[in-house]
Design a protein around this ligand. Structure first.
Ligand SMILES: [Zn+2]
Ligand SMILES: [Zn+2]
Length: 112
């Protein structure tokens, strides 16, 4: 996923926004010609746009986050990002097998 996505993702359980992005693995990619700047919250710069001096979000698009989590500061849940895709599912739809595989690889990062 791109950093940019944090600008639109909310917690599927409690609707809190923004979520905290923790990156475990990322790679550099060629950003597209046209980018849409983060509008409310930029997870690359780690703050609300209104409070950031730097609002050039070109760098947001220069990375693909392959592994990481999105953490909700409100309810404490975490959502895995794996294989470039954030899995934003409510509790009853979570993939337990995927969660376990993810935890066996990244558990020390997920639960410090
Ligand atoms: Zn940004
Ligand atoms: Zn939440």
């Amino acid at each position: 996923m791109k950093y940019r996505l944090s600008d639109i993702l909310a917690c599927p359980m409690c609707r809190a926004f923004p979520l905290t992005l923790e990156v475990f693995e990322r790679r550099t990619i060629q950003p597209p010609q046209k980018i849409r700047k983060c509008e409310l919250y930029c997870s690359y710069h780690g703050g609300y746009i209104s409070q950031l001096r730097e609002t050039d979000c070109h760098t947001c698009y220069s990375y693909e986050i392959s592994e990481g989590i999105l953490r909700c500061g409100s309810c404490g849940r975490w959502y895995p990002i794996t294989g470039d895709i954030p899995r934003m599912l409510p509790d009853d739809m979570r993939d337990k097998k995927l969660d376990n595989m993810f935890l066996s690889r990244w558990g020390s990062h997920v639960k410090p």
